[in-house]
Design a protein around this ligand. Structure first.
Ligand SMILES: [Zn+2]
Length: 330
């Protein structure tokens, strides 16, 4: 699926080509990309599903999307000069290697090197939750002093942007907020911990709690008045609120953004439940106000836009904000 704006092509040789970058969101079922110009305007988007049987298949999908973006950039009088990848994986501290990326067919893998060899251009790689946090910070006009993003999908990811910089931690794992413990009674998580947020607020967790095959079914049942579905979404929302409450004394966020498919499908249930839990016994409430909790502004393209933001930075271009609607203002 693609859409783009091909207007405004300059006369041949009239001026130097405008530099553009491609950002990609490499997830467990799809690769989506955005072509972003030096002014922070999204000029083109692509979206392709894959089977995730191997990382080579994903590389091939990325190659097709980038080739299409290069063609569109050329028609727009531009030139693609860099590539950013947001990947659903735990990465090495230098962001060169995937350490664990079971959802995208990759174990220990030289992801940055493979992309550079495949695309023949400068490449920057980041975890998808961190890229989403950068994108939402950018979309909000970069005014938040401490922005926390929670990405709710098949898993729960996250990212923290403090004073405009991504928090990465000693080994690159800061912002893995799906693995913040929120209950003493929780089960064992895939990360080795217990009671993690992901066990309460991921799509599969919500579907299981709601007695349905998917979160979409739970949301539909909730809208029809199902008590079981409402309880499942309320439990997930409260777990999110507890997670935010536990973050308050650690990073003191002023804005918490919920992103990802589950957030966009069920924010009207999740946000009120999260706020309710956040305001019960909230740490530091005698000296500080609670952070705002909002739905993300960039929808499903946030991670790809964040990856493009990193690629722009790598090339020395840092527009103040992003216009996410293709070819124009957001
Ligand atoms: Zn965990």
């Amino acid at each position: 699926m693609t859409d783009h704006n091909v207007g405004g092509r300059p006369a041949k040789g009239a001026w130097a080509k405008a530099l553009m970058v491609v950002g990609a969101d490499i997830g467990g079922t799809k690769v989506s990309t955005v072509l972003v110009d030096g002014g922070g305007v999204v000029r083109h988007r692509t979206w392709a599903e894959h089977s995730a049987r191997s990382f080579d298949e994903i590389l091939a999908a990325v190659g097709i999307a980038v080739a299409e973006s290069i063609e569109v950039a050329d028609r727009l009088g531009g030139e693609v000069c860099g590539f950013g990848a947001a990947v659903a994986a735990w990465l090495s501290p230098d962001r060169e290697r995937i350490l664990v990326g079971a959802n995208i067919g990759a174990g220990d893998h030289d992801v940055a090197g493979a992309l550079r060899r495949s695309l023949g251009m400068p490449v920057v790689v980041e975890n998808d939750g961190n890229a989403t946090a950068l994108a939402e910070h950018w979309a909000a006009g970069a005014v938040s002093r401490c922005l926390v993003v929670l990405t709710l999908g098949t898993g729960v990811g996250g990212g923290i942007v403090m004073d405009g910089r991504l928090l990465s931690g000693a080994s690159g794992l800061a912002g893995e907020l799906g693995h913040l413990p929120v209950t003493e009674a929780g089960g064992l998580c895939c990360c080795g911990g217990r009671g993690c947020l992901e066990l309460s607020a991921s799509g599969p967790a919500i579907a299981a709690a709601g007695g349905a095959a998917s979160t979409a079914e739970v949301v539909a049942a909730a809208r029809a008045g199902s008590t079981e579905a409402l309880l499942a979404l309320g439990t997930a929302g409260r777990a999110i609120g507890v997670a935010v409450s536990r973050l308050v004394p650690v990073v003191d966020p002023d804005l918490v953004v919920l992103s990802g498919s589950i957030a966009h499908a069920a924010s009207d249930y999740l946000v009120p439940a999260a706020l309710s839990a956040l305001h019960e016994d909230r740490p530091l409430s005698v000296v500080g106000s609670a952070p705002r909790v909002e739905l993300g502004r960039l929808g499903p393209h946030a991670a790809a836009i964040g990856a493009a933001r990193l690629a722009l930075s790598q090339r020395g271009m840092t527009p103040a904000t992003v216009a996410a609607r293709v070819g124009g203002a957001s």
